[in-house]
Design a protein around this ligand. Structure first.
Ligand code: TRP
Length: 363
């Protein structure tokens, strides 16, 4: 059996560089690697609604933003199927059946759900749809028989929950579903890229994101205002690397060739870090270096986005086509699931025959 990728994002805003190093960049590589038979990229609007009940317009508006960001990064509809979750009714049906295989206490122990309940002040009244979204995520993944799910670390509990559902389903019914593997970002910095203010997570409400669609000027301003080491006041002061946003970003973005191009006095990132720690290296110099690197990386993305923005109806058309393809694949899995669960009455001639015989009818 071949290797299949499925992953996706909630459309609650434009995508930022955290998404990029955490998953988008890798997806494009995987898509182009030729190692995977199929790649499915899902805009998880139904999941976004589970905690945006009062804000459907936000989700609606951001479908196109996420799609543009995907295309701008190099996801290619000729190689990957891009689709919208809510347009695949089969996913709801699968979710409903998987609910039989999961206990309330197991969901309560899901660390991501736990922390999100806290974050959203849901403690007093958790919407059932939100509470059960890990089950719906299992449906997203298994509907496509995904073997590989490239996501950030925060999604690990979701994949674990999916694997449990798969094992349970296959044990109780029949070997129909595929247990997926998670594919995490390449290093810690990519896994947890902080906001430009050094806060743990980039978030729209904190206003600390660098968006893929930001102009070159906005990006430069944001980088020059980045949080560094508050104890590194004079250039000559020894500086700290840990918790220093600029260096975390360098860990995520910097490659050896960047030194040749922009900072030939240093052989590599380790040398730059050592100099900073020793003292004598100013923040501005490091920030300018980071700015060069990020501009180089975002420039082609921004240019491609501008091109795609010229024909918005074509993007909806592409998503519609992708959703049609995704629906067919999910329908196939759903029919296997229903057969395994013995709820395929009308296609089961043997069942009809045997019931007829029970009532004395000859065939
Ligand atoms: N939970 C993911 C997020 O918040 C989005 C998502 C929904 C997803 N279904 C998925 C990711 C299936 C990977 C696989 O970003």
């Amino acid at each position: 059996m071949g290797k299949i990728i499925l992953t996706g994002d909630r459309p609650t805003g434009r995508l930022h560089v955290g998404h990029y190093v955490g998953s988008l960049r890798r997806r494009v590589e995987l898509q182009n690697s030729g190692e995977y038979d199929k790649t499915f990229i899902m805009i998880a609007d139904a999941q976004a609604l589970t905690d945006n009940i009062e804000n459907p317009e936000k989700v609606r508006q951001n479908i196109i933003e996420v799609a543009l960001d995907y295309l701008a990064c190099g996801l290619d509809p000729a190689k990957s199927t891009l689709f919208i979750q809510s347009q695949i009714a089969e996913l709801c049906e699968l979710t409903f059946y998987y609910m039989d295989l999961v206990t309330v206490s197991r969901l309560q122990r899901n660390p991501t759900v736990k922390s999100e309940i806290k974050m959203r002040n849901f403690e007093a009244s958790i919407p059932v749809g939100f509470f059960t979204y890990p089950i719906s995520q299992a449906a997203d993944i298994t509907a496509f028989k995904a073997t590989t799910v490239p996501v950030g670390e925060d999604q690990l509990p979701m994949i674990e929950q999916t694997r449990e559902i798969v094992r349970k389903f296959n044990a109780v019914y029949e070997e129909v579903l595929v247990e997926p593997e998670v594919l995490l970002p390449e290093n810690d910095a990519c896994m947890r890229l902080p906001g430009i203010d050094g806060k743990a997570k980039m978030s729209k409400s904190l206003g600390n994101c660098i968006y893929l669609a930001d102009s070159a000027d906005e990006v430069r301003k944001k980088i020059m205002s980045m949080y560094t080491d508050p104890e590194h006041i004079q250039v000559s002061d020894p500086g700290h690397i840990e918790g220093n946003t600029v260096f975390t970003y360098l860990d995520a973005f910097c490659r050896p060739e960047h030194f040749e191009r922009y900072l030939p006095d240093y052989a590599d990132l380790n040398e730059l870090k050592a100099h900073y720690q020793r003292g004598g290296l100013g923040d501005v110099k490091v920030k300018k270096f980071l700015n060069n690197i990020i501009q180089e990386e975002l420039e082609p993305i921004r240019t491609r986005r501008k091109e795609f923005e010229k024909d918005i109806p074509a993007i909806y058309e592409m998503l519609k086509k992708g959703s049609d393809i995704a629906r067919e694949v999910a329908a196939q899995t759903l029919s296997e699931v229903k057969r395994a669960m013995k709820i395929n009455y009308f296609e089961d001639m043997a069942l009809i025959q045997s019931q007829a015989e029970k009532y004395g009818q000859e065939s």
